[in-house]
Design a binder for this molecule. Structure first.
Ligand code: SF4
Length: 396
């Protein structure tokens, strides 16, 4: 029996692979080489349900099956509804496509300026640098492209992407994504970050990665040196459930933080995974303990075969309602819907402003109580002070 994660203790150790030398276990290339990628390999460790087995066989036509040994350890093998299992083991529901579901749910193809560059917002681009990930999330927005199960035939084209960014002075922000950019070799990442850093108008470079979560062994001192060299490099990781916050992940985020990488987290709201307040609160608290700021909570995109993982939008609003005022403000992510068809991220918030008139703003606080903020002709006023004398003080 390996050490179980509890409320107070975070999972650590080699679990089912305790017979493997520690030097192998801590080697990210060993983890990649020993991923579970077939029904037969998974069934060596886990009794699949008939629905899961059917999903696994179908995965080769939608999104490949792959799970690192490290992440597989986090599955509760006695629970078919385990929240880790739901994210990573294919199910037969993936074979069903609901009428509202799309292959490209957020309309990236329509904003593809050159191959691999999605230019939707004026000052920033998404740069897709690979189609591979350490493990594959069953609700992936880029299932069409990632793992090449659907024959998308994506080939990273660094030079044309870099040339596009160089020739567009309005681009000040570049997000490297894929697939997972941290699967690139140190040499390639060093080259890519160096080229981007040399472009005078690129102010802000960030990486979207689930590697720290699937493969924390990849966050090596050598990789951290590359981030230091080209810093500041910002990073959004992707943790959905508190059980993913292991001791190994905590150490990886510490290494990244010490290398000067500011960390945010993007979670996807998923049915049966994190759609209740107790789980979400535990997740955001653990993130803060790992130096990671909860950034976005995404409504699950309308990707084909994901209906079984999607929640009602009202569930997301209620979750934020249950967090705001009930825990640290830093712990509260922005709930967003990435608008179908390419509309971009739209923030979705509970209603706290009940009414605005020329004389007041009527507010609802986290306890549901009503408060009034006075205005004179629509301008804030402190008692006895004329509107033109009102100044904005330190928000602290
Ligand atoms: S890590 Fe990201 S890109 Fe890769 S499968 Fe998961 S959601 Fe998709």
């Amino acid at each position: 029996m390996y050490p179980r994660d509890t409320k107070d203790r975070w999972f650590q150790g080699q679990g089912l692979w305790s017979h493997v030398p520690e030097s192998d276990w801590k080697n990210w290339k060993w983890q990649l080489k020993n991923r579970l990628t077939s029904v037969e390999q998974v069934e060596k460790y886990l009794e699949l349900t008939p629905q899961e087995r059917a999903g696994c066989y179908f995965s080769g036509r939608k999104l490949a099956l792959a799970i690192t040994p490290y992440f597989f350890n986090l599955i509760d093998r006695d629970d078919p509804n385990c929240p880790i299992r739901r994210q990573i083991i294919p199910r037969e529901e993936e074979m069903e496509t609901a009428p509202e579901e799309l292959l490209d749910p957020v309309g990236e193809e329509g904003s593809m300026a050159v191959k691999g560059i999605v230019h939707r917002y004026p000052d920033r681009v998404l740069f897709l640098v690979t189609d591979r990930c350490a493990s594959y999330c069953r609700y992936c927005t880029r299932s069409r492209l990632v793992s090449n199960a659907q024959d998308y035939n994506f080939h990273p084209e660094f030079e044309s992407g870099l040339a596009y960014i160089e020739s567009h002075p309005e681009i000040r922000d570049v997000l490297l994504s894929g697939g997972d950019p941290l699967l690139l070799s140190d040499r390639k990442l060093d080259y890519l970050l160096g080229r981007l850093r040399a472009i005078p108008h690129v102010e802000f470079i960030r990486i979207g990665s689930r590697i720290p979560v699937f493969l924390p062994q990849r966050i090596t001192p050598e990789l951290c040196e590359i981030f230091k060299k080209h810093g500041p490099i910002w990073m959004s990781i992707h943790v959905n459930h508190p059980r993913e916050c292991t001791e190994e992940l905590r150490q990886a985020t510490e290494r990244l933080s010490y290398a000067g990488v500011p960390l945010g987290n993007q979670s996807v709201l998923l049915k049966g995974v994190n759609d209740n307040v107790e789980t979400m609160k535990s997740l955001v608290h653990r993130l803060l303990m790992m130096r990671v700021r909860p950034y976005y909570l995404y409504q699950c995109d309308l990707i084909t075969g994901s209906a079984h993982l999607r929640t009602d939008v009202r569930t997301g609003i209620e979750l934020i309602n249950q967090l705001r005022g009930h825990t640290t403000g830093y712990a509260i992510p922005q709930y967003v819907i990435d608008a179908p068809g390419g509309g971009g991220k739209v923030p979705i918030n509970p209603e706290y402003v009940k009414k605005i008139t020329d004389s007041e703003v009527v507010l609802r606080n986290f306890q549901g109580k009503t408060y009034r903020y006075p205005l004179v002709n629509g301008v804030p006023v402190a008692s006895g002070v004329r509107p033109e004398e009102v100044s904005v003080g330190c928000p602290g």
